[in-house]
Design a protein around this ligand. Structure first.
Ligand SMILES: O[C@H]1[C@H](O)[C@@H](O)[C@H](O)[C@@H](O)[C@H]1O
Ligand SMILES: [Fe+2]
Ligand SMILES: [Fe+2]
Length: 307
């Protein structure tokens, strides 16, 4: 993995796993496991810069416009009840990884590679630094599999209903959400049941009880849970909230968390560094690593899952 420069937010973070070492004449940021954080994405810009002029900027902004207008409380309720039926298809985890070969994510300013590359890049990077946490390697491999909702056999949902950052619906949209101005056109924005700090929720009710904007995270969480995975709760937490940057990066919505969420958030924050900064043009040799991931899939999942 290559090396880049200052991402200052790392320097203030504490805690064992968050520790960052500055190396080689202050040019390189290295996580305590050894992972080097690149200073720029494949397009030469900072990661997650949604405003910088780039070949992806306009498409990404338009993506968020449509996403923010349409992700309402009612929409999420409808999608959850449709997709929790898990009556679309039966397939293994690895078959799903292969389907993702055809999927490119339009919401992502940092990556335009097929998604299977991203899954393996994330998993291999985290495996290197946390060799004993096999559940974390598998969580990384599957965290984005919900993007299969874009595939024709799942009704080919539009990008705005599958990818991008997520946020709670049923309470006020937080200021820290990317391109937040487009929420002004969301019908929930002016609905007094949904536009207050707590909205339909209560203090420390637990994120499990919060409806998140619909997309690949919540869907994959449902698939894993309903198919009886033996992944630990931190793995399921990572899957459901990995796109919830308002929480794990900006610290918003903490008033909805319970104690278990607070514990699990620590793992999500570790995971996020690998999810975000492993994105690159360097390809992983799929056939070489496949046997290892197949063994983890066998350990934590049934051979075939309902999707
Ligand atoms: O554009 C990206 C992408 O869709 C990721 O899969 C998601 O997890 C991120 O939160 C989002 O910003
Ligand atoms: Fe994702
Ligand atoms: Fe990802």
């Amino acid at each position: 993995m290559t090396i880049i420069v200052d991402q200052p937010q790392f320097e203030n973070e504490n805690g064992r796993h968050e520790e960052v070492t500055k190396n080689r004449a202050e040019t390189e940021l290295v996580l305590d496991g050894g992972f080097c954080i690149p200073h720029a994405n494949s397009f030469g810009h900072n990661f997650r810069d949604y405003d910088v002029e780039s070949e992806r900027q306009q498409g990404v902004e338009n993506f968020y416009r449509v996403n923010h207008i349409n992700q309402t409380f009612d929409f999420v309720k409808k999608m959850r009840s449709e997709y929790e039926k898990l009556d679309k298809i039966e397939m293994s985890i690895w078959e799903c990884c292969e389907l993702l070969n055809q999927v490119v994510d339009e919401s992502d300013p940092d990556l335009d590679e097929p998604q299977i590359e991203h899954l393996l890049q994330t998993a291999e990077a985290i495996r290197k630094d946390y060799p004993d946490q096999d559940w974390l390697h598998l969580t990384a491999l599957i965290h984005d599999l919900g993007k299969v909702l874009l595939h024709p056999s799942f009704g080919e949902l539009p990008q705005w209903a599958v990818v991008g950052d997520t946020f709670p619906v049923g309470c006020a949209f937080d200021e820290s959400i990317v391109h937040k101005k487009y929420f002004l056109q969301n019908p929930d924005y002016n609905n007094s049941s949904y536009n207050t700090k707590y909205g339909v929720y209560s203090q420390n009710c637990g994120l499990d009880n919060v409806m998140m904007s619909w997309g690949h995270d919540d869907y994959m969480y449902l698939v894993a849970k309903e198919n009886g995975t033996t992944l630990p709760s931190a793995g399921l937490f990572i899957i459901r909230y990995h796109s919830f940057y308002a929480l794990h990066r900006s610290g918003a919505y903490k008033h909805l968390m319970n104690e278990e969420d607070v514990e699990n958030l620590k793992w999500l924050q570790i995971f996020n560094k690998y999810d975000l900064y492993s994105k690159s043009k360097v390809r992983v040799d799929v056939e070489k690593v496949k046997p290892y991931y197949e063994s983890l899939i066998n350990k934590y999942f049934p051979a075939k899952l309902r999707w």
